[in-house]
Ligand binder design. Structure first.
Ligand SMILES: Cc1ncc(COP(=O)(O)O)c(C=O)c1O
Length: 370
């Protein structure tokens, strides 16, 4: 028996039993557990994927010039920030970047060993620390929901390879103070990595990027997965501090990280179009409101989030697993217990099913409560 690293159970695999419970209801399971898009991407994107002719040769690891120009154009158009296309580079979706970057940062700063991340968060920030043989340190929220940067001890700051911020955040959709995070990073010499994959699903006010606060010492990380319903093709990019971008794009070339050529061609079409994102925003907004009503009628009140497409609902008696089981057994809805994200007394409900499936959940919950 090896004493080395044993991968923990993958969180969503822990829901298999409850999925079977939900599936046993007539009409089957309504899966609201993983934030995986189900709506179609634009037809022009799919056409570009099939017809680019880019499958034969190796694709540029940093992204083709059109890919980087399209990403920079999108940043300017949608987020109002100007970045030189040479100051950004492609990543294979953002999860690999989130998990892989601490290892690359550790290689050039071997005396540091800590990844800072929000306490209630996407679990891959902590997994990136583990896979880099580092420790992860959770930063608690302030009462207003932004990161309590004053809670980071001087010792942890000195050991930090990076601080992750995520706004709008998974799972709660919270909006962070990105200017304060950038300033903290600069004051402490710690790169601030801003995961902005939900930025176009900001409901309270305009979309915000850390790059609005200057590029020194920060990176913004973006993805087509959620914006364009392209989680299956794996395309994203990172932009910001020129020295960090240059280091990462060189080391990632050596590591063989490449967005496939046909995906790069399709991504250009996706980054250049905004109409499909506006349609998707309307869908998610409607589903968030519908699902919040369904839950309130079942005696499970919750608030609409300021961003992203999750309801982050407090379990009525604080027992998130009990609520997860109840929603599976009575509503046939599979949801994610907050424990997966470090928030034990909540459940996360991803509104990634069509309205008729959410209405099916409503009917089932109504029947169960009669
Ligand atoms: C906060 C956050 N970051 C990154 C990702 C990964 O997205 P991608 O498909 O770009 O790898 C997700 C996916 O759910 C997420 O919630």
């Amino acid at each position: 028996m090896t004493e080395g690293f044993q991968p923990p159970p993958y969180p969503y695999d822990r829901l298999d039993e409850l999925k079977a419970v939900a599936d046993a209801l007539p009409g089957g399971c309504v899966d609201l557990s993983i934030g995986t898009p189900i709506d179609p991407p634009p037809a022009a994107v799919v056409d570009a994927l099939a017809g680019s002719g880019a499958e034969r040769g190796y694709p540029p690891s940093i992204g083709s010039a059109p890919y980087r120009r399209a990403a920079a154009g999108w940043l300017a158009r949608r987020l109002g920030v100007t970045v030189d296309p040479d100051g950004l580079a492609a990543c294979v979706g953002t999860k690999e970047f989130v998990v892989g970057t601490p290892s690359f940062l550790k290689l050039r700063a071997p005396d540091r060993d800590t990844v800072l991340h929000p306490q209630v968060a996407y679990p891959s920030y902590a997994m990136g620390a583990t896979l880099a043989r580092c420790r992860s340190v959770a930063v608690p929220p302030s009462p207003d929901g932004t990161l309590d940067l004053d809670a980071i001890s001087a010792a942890d700051a000195e050991r930090a390879l990076c601080l992750w911020v995520n706004s709008p955040g998974n799972p709660a959709g919270r909006l962070d103070d990105l200017g304060a995070a950038a300033a903290w990073g600069r004051a402490h010499g710690v790169p601030v990595l801003s995961d902005e994959c939900y930025v176009e699903f900001t409901w309270d006010g305009p979309p915000r990027s850390i790059l609005e606060h200057g590029i020194e010492g920060v990176l913004a990380v973006h993805s087509l997965s959620k914006r364009s319903n392209l989680a299956g093709v794996r395309a994203g990019f990172y932009a910001g501090d020129p020295e960090l971008v240059t280091y990462l794009r060189e080391v990632r070339k050596h590591a063989g990280m490449m967005v496939p050529g046909p995906v790069q061609a399709a991504a250009v079409v996706a980054w250049e179009d905004d109409a499909h994102v506006d349609e998707q925003r309307a869908r998610y907004r409607r589903r968030l409101e519908l699902m919040a009503e369904v839950l309130a009628e079942a005696g499970i009140p919750g608030e609409l989030p300021p961003g992203a497409f999750y309801l982050w609902v407090p379990a009525p008696d604080g027992d998130a697993w009990a609520l997860t089981r109840r929603l599976a057994a009575d509503g046939g809805a599979l949801v994610a217990p907050g424990e997966f994200y470090g928030g034990e007394d909540h459940v996360r409900i991803a509104v990634v099913q069509p309205d008729d499936r959410l209405e099916l959940v409503a009917r089932r919950l109504g029947r169960a409560s009669r």
